[in-house]
Design a protein around this ligand. Sequence first.
Ligand code: KG4
Ligand code: ZN
Length: 342
Amino acid sequence: MAERLVLGIESSCDETAAAVYSSTRGILSNELFSSMEFQEKYGGVVPEIASRSHIEKINHIVTHSLEKAEVVLDNIKVIAVTNKPGLPGSLLIGVCFAKGIAAAKNIPIIGVNHLEGHAFSAFLENNQIPFPHLCLTASGGHTALYFIKDFGNYEVIGQTTDDAAGEAFDKVAKLLQLPYPGGPIIERLAQEQQFQDFFKYPRGNPATLNFSFSGLKTAVVYDLVRRSLFDMKTKILSPDVDHEIKSKIASSLLVCVRDIFVRKINTALKEYSSVKAISFVGGVACNKYLKQALRTVADHNQVQFFSPPSQFCTDNAAMIALVGNYKAEQGLFSDLSLDILS
Ligand code: KG4
Ligand code: ZN
């Protein structure tokens, strides 16, 4: 079969990303610029800063991704672009840019759901993941469990009813006056405490496949209030909350999230007994401790385990190009009326 080269473009949040995927050779380039360093001082993504940064960077990132892949635009057979979900002002930049190239070069365009990108991102590293499988996607913006039957054929079997898992790390880190994003620092502090559970935060209801993480942050706050380490009225953290207390909180939080994930996966494996593998993706899947815990669950249940390297876990355009490739194979093209969030 002739090689199909797909240019993927992703701009749903604060990363401006472009990648080239080959239907026969896999990923050829995966370029990215994050505007996070401009936003760190605000403790999260500021939509206005993110969309301005996309405008400044997108041309350079797309050009660079073509150069790295050693191809030119005329070689590209399909343009895949994230059109939902995400920050409207950020999505618009990627979609308008993609439509511009598609119109100028007469290249077919495909709108890709960012969450579908994450759900299939483990295929970037290994294209032999068996169907059906479970996929746990956990990032700063989304947390969901999928039952994946085939490329593009999947069911959401559980999702967060409030905050995402990464948000729990980010919010607790902010509370403890730790830098943004919280996940990596929480993992480091938890390791200092050898992943012990000091404060026994609530694990929620293990029977449902839905997640709820906002209660977890509240539990951390109330635990600090109870020990007179946080003033609810002034929202001031006591200076007594030193490095040791912070690392004990981090450790207890991470162990709690591990237990929540492990219980959900075990419940899902009982309900979906045909499952042959588990994949763990999204920014939170950068966490080695959580990865290892889920690998152990998979081993116990005699199913395979897949989790891609960090650059494919966090937001990227490679996963968007990969979805674009199988959608093209299935004839699922968009056209120049492609809109965001539609
Ligand atoms: O996928 P991503 O880059 O962006 C979103 O789509 O949200 O995920 C970012 C999230 C943040 O909440 C961050 O705290 C979390 O992933 N994260 C981690 C780790 N590295 C990043 N969470 C736990 N442990 C980590 N090592
Ligand atoms: Zn994402």
